[in-house]
Design a protein around this ligand. Structure first.
Ligand SMILES: NC(=O)c1ccc[n+]([C@@H]2O[C@H](COP(=O)([O-])OP(=O)(O)OC[C@H]3O[C@@H](n4cnc5c(N)ncnc54)[C@H](OP(=O)(O)O)[C@@H]3O)[C@@H](O)[C@H]2O)c1
Length: 309
């Protein structure tokens, strides 16, 4: 091999394509989910077998600075699409807090609705937000939804629009009154956990391939902290709460969401299903004021809200 070809191989080996950046993000998320998030400045790259390597600064595909904003520096000027991808997703994949990350996403209209009055919600936001939802599924250990979303949308909750693994599917159905023939319980595409109140299980009913998990509760609400504790015991530390509004609101109200992604689509739906429904406050000093970053997604705008308290 002559000097020119060696240089070409070296340059190609350090080039960060969109596919490489996405593989790198997934590997960083896996490491975070295993409890060993990259926490210090380091160069990062994947080896020939796709395994993450943390190397000296300047020696990887990308230099990661977990405490910085944005948390990376590139040796070369990145194409805008890769730069935007890293700015959006890298903060979810590095730093000590990424090992126990709970993030929710909601796609809503300008008048704050996530579905019409009949429950139609496919698709309020555009294709880029849909791909974003699939990326989040791929970056998290568990994807969690409420009973009404499963009843109304019959979602598969798998990663199909981007490369990546399927997360464990989690459904909250406290009284086990949801439709049991839904795909998440039957298709076997990924493990499914079905959380309910202790004593709700009807032994004559067939819950398909789902594992029914009964939680002791003192009221109608399944405490989000108890759900997260149980998921953590199963090694599922990174949890993506995909909806709907009622379910997300329980986690937000309990102070357990680290991040909330709100994608706003420029349309008005009239009275339908509201996005978030939080308890009343009296003064603006009681308002939640997350740190916010904005990302245009086609016609939509994604607000990445980080709650630091
Ligand atoms: N645009 C979007 O981003 C998006 C995303 C997902 C879904 N959706 C749409 O949203 C609609 C459904 O949303 P939704 O807000 O009405 O309902 P949801 O959040 O999907 O489900 C709410 C139900 O789940 C159960 N549940 C959730 N959290 C619980 C907890 N901590 N403890 C006990 N039970 C809990 C309760 O079931 P019980 O009623 O049995 O007590 C509750 O009524 C659908 O039309 C769907 O298409 C939109």
């Amino acid at each position: 091999m002559n000097v020119g070809s060696i240089r070409k191989v070296l340059v190609e080996d350090t080039l960060l394509s969109e596919a490489r950046a996405w593989s790198l993000l997934r590997a960083l998320a896996r490491r975070a989910g295993a409890g060993h998030a990259v926490g210090k400045p380091a160069g990062v790259r994947l080896d020939g077998a796709g395994r993450l390597e943390a190397v000296e600064l300047g020696m990887g595909w990308l230099d990661v600075y977990p405490e910085a904003d944005p948390p990376f520096q590139s040796m070369s000027v990145l194409p805008p699409a890769i730069d935007a991808m890293l700015k959006l997703y890298l903060p979810l994949c590095v730093g000590p807090k990424s090992s126990d990350l709970v993030l929710a996403h909601v796609g809503q209209s300008l008048d704050g609705q996530i579905a019409t009055s009949t429950g139609a919600s496919c698709f309020i936001t555009g294709p880029q937000d849909l791909a974003h939802t699939h990326r989040l599924r791929a970056l998290f250990d568990a994807v969690l939804v409420g009973r009404a979303t499963v009843d109304s949308d019959d979602p598969r909750l798998t990663t199909r629009l981007v490369a990546g693994e399927n997360a464990t599917r989690v459904v909250l159905d406290p009284s086990l009154r949801g439709f049991v023939e839904r795909k998440v319980f039957r298709d076997g595409a990924a493990p499914t956990l079905l959380y309910c109140r202790q004593g709700s299980r009807d032994e004559t009913r067939d819950y398909g391939l789902a594992e029914v998990v009964e939680l002791a509760t003192s009221g109608p609400v399944l405490p989000p902290a108890a759900i997260l504790d149980d998921l953590r015991r199963r090694g599922l530390r990174r949890v993506f709460v995909e909806g709907g509004g009622v379910t997300i609101s329980h986690f937000l109200q309990a102070g357990l969401l680290r991040r909330l992604h709100v994608t706003i689509s420029p349309l008005f739906l009239g009275q339908g299903r509201p996005g978030l429904a939080l308890a009343k406050i009296e003064g603006l000093d009681q308002a939640l004021r997350p740190r916010v970053r904005r990302f245009p997604l086609g016609e939509d705008m994604l607000f990445d809200c980080e709650f630091r308290g």
